[in-house]
Design a protein around this ligand. Structure first.
Ligand code: ADP
Length: 506
């Protein structure tokens, strides 16, 4: 491949667009992944900037307005926004800054929710809100006289930026900017009624070229997939899974069309927060050479929840949103789920932390009141999450699908062996125990069904009682794995370079 420049020697200008970024705005894992990747790329020497909305709850401390209002041309009128600039909080002062630009517009982003409720989706207001956010990226670059080599749009809210890049903004100086689209969870696709297209500054020909329509509805993820030079998702296995009808949420055909341009890159985790050797949120620290602190954490959890303080009973932890994706029906649905069998038939302790659908919250409360060896905490509690990771022997993650998943990587670092469905990022980060060679870092089962989950848990318990030396070796092996963002950032660099080459050939 001949390219006019050797990009590998050049720092790149990278502009990311996202609806969420910690610590400014968070709903889910997207908010952790985007700034962590941005910071790591900055550490590698790139000039990385990030555009997000400023919501009502976004902290303005330390943010400075950039001079003058910014006009965003949309279909019918221009939206006048203010822009605040803040540095992304960094681990140490030697890390180069990532500039975060917050787009402020009272009517669009000043309400209390980051995403509209279903009624809002039907009115198409979110398409307008994030359509404006996406266009503001271009206007901001003009204002700053700073033009990116790569525009990296995350999930459905930022996908319109890639549509503009290939239509209304496909002119100098953006005609050399490469577009990269990242799918963090294909279950959320930015679907709106067709009338909502009236909000976007595009003519019918441009809308059609961008592929915005999908079976009589707008679908921004579909358009993002079609307009980007390259598409990424958050694990290699999920890149494979979403091309199958079972996990493609209706877009598997479009993804297969772009199979050669689709890359799965496993997310990293924030090891400054999640490392048992210096975690201030747990009662005792430990590492892969000395696991005594882990036993202390187990005792502390057993005492706190009045479970029998026994070192030789397997403690299984779970921290999860209580939604179908996470396999909660297969665990707990009356007459179907496997939890009652596991709790009846085995001597084990189970600790679940999670909130979500009320029917699941109620069912887990009911089970915990019946079984003395099960505890359920219906809350969101970061500190307790750290304690559960540190104290448990096993961590259960029976997801139906899992784009990447973070908890299994936290578990591995804390010497807590995951018991999980072999899907998406779980398959990529856990090595199934091999009974003959003794290798592996966890226990995988093929599908999320009650019997498969039960079998997975039983395999883990059998190893716990039958072969403690093997279990100990598995724990230490898991603790030594490197899940830092450095590896992921290097792969994104390669994707950016390839996207630039593709853009230059157009
Ligand atoms: P998802 O993003 O699909 O919910 P992940 O495993 O990728 O699943 O990330 C979930 C994150 O949210 C993890 O860091 C997990 O510890 C945290 N989490 C989920 N529920 C709770 C809770 N009730 N309390 C504390 N942390 C939680």
């Amino acid at each position: 491949m001949n390219t006019p420049l050797d990009f590998t020697t050049l720092p790149m200008r990278i502009l990311m667009i996202s609806s969420e970024a910690n610590p400014f705005a968070k709903v889910g894992g997207l908010a952790d992944a985007v700034p962590a990747l941005a910071a790591e790329l900055a550490r590698q020497g790139h000039d990385v900037r990030l555009v997000i909305p400023r919501y009502a709850d976004t902290d303005r401390d330390g943010a400075e307005p950039i001079a003058g209002p910014l006009g965003i041309p949309m279909a019918r009128s221009e939206y006048w926004t203010e822009v605040l600039e803040a540095p992304l909080p960094q681990e140490d002062e030697h890390t180069p800054p990532v500039r975060v630009y917050m787009i402020e517009h009272l009517e669009l982003f000043g309400g209390d929710a980051i995403y509209a409720r279903p009624e809002g989706r039907e009115s198409g207001k979110d398409l307008l809100r994030f359509g404006v956010l996406s266009r503001s990226a271009f206007q901001l670059c003009r204002k700053l006289n700073w033009y990116p080599d790569v525009m990296h749009a995350h999930d459905w809210p930022a996908a319109p930026a890639l549509v503009y890049l290939k239509t209304v903004e496909n002119t100098r100086p953006f005609d050399e900017t490469a577009g990269v689209f990242s799918i963090h969870n294909l279950g959320y696709q930015g679907v709106f009624p067709l009338e909502a297209l009236r909000h976007l500054p595009l003519n019918p020909g441009e809308m059609e070229r961008a592929g915005l329509e999908d079976f009589g509805r707008v679908n921004t993820v579909k358009a993002g997939i079609l307009c980007a030079e390259l598409v990424t998702t958050v694990s290699p296995s999920y890149a494979h899974d979403i091309q199958q009808p079972e996990h493609g949420f209706g877009l598997d055909g479009v993804l297969r069309q772009r199979a050669n341009d689709l890359f799965g890159i496993l997310n990293g985790i924030d090891v400054s927060l999640w490392s048992p050797e210096h975690d201030a949120l747990i009662p005792a620290r430990f590492d892969d050479e000395d696991l005594r602190g882990k036993s202390e954490c187990k005792t502390a959890l057993q005492k706190r929840y009045r479970l029998p303080v026994k070192a030789d009973l397997p403690l299984i932890g779970m921290i999860t949103r209580l939604v179908d994706q996470k396999g909660i029906a297969e665990l707990a649905d009356p007459g179907y789920g496997c939890l009652p069998h596991l709790l009846d038939e085995h001597e084990l302790q189970l600790m679940i932390l999670g909130t979500g659908e009320p029917r699941y919250e109620e069912r887990l409360t009911e089970l915990a009141s019946y079984y003395p060896n099960m505890v359920y905490e219906r809350m969101f509690d970061e500190q307790l999450a750290h304690l559960i990771e540190a104290a448990s022997d096993f961590f259960l993650m029976p997801s139906r699908y899992e784009p990447c998943g973070l908890n299994q990587m936290y578990s591995l670092r804390y010497g807590t062996l995951p018991i999980a469905t072999a899907t998406g990022g779980l398959r990529d980060s856990i090595v199934d125990a091999d009974d003959l060679s003794g290798s592996g870092t966890g226990f995988l089962f093929d599908r999320c069904t009650p019997s498969a989950i039960q079998h997975g848990v039983e395999r883990a318990i059998a190893t716990y009682h039958g072969d403690p030396a093997k279990l100990d070796a598995m724990r230490r092996r898991g603790m030594r794995q490197d899940f830092s963002w450095r590896n992921a950032a290097r792969e994104y660099e390669r994707v950016y370079l390839r996207a630039l080459q593709l853009r230059m050939r157009q």
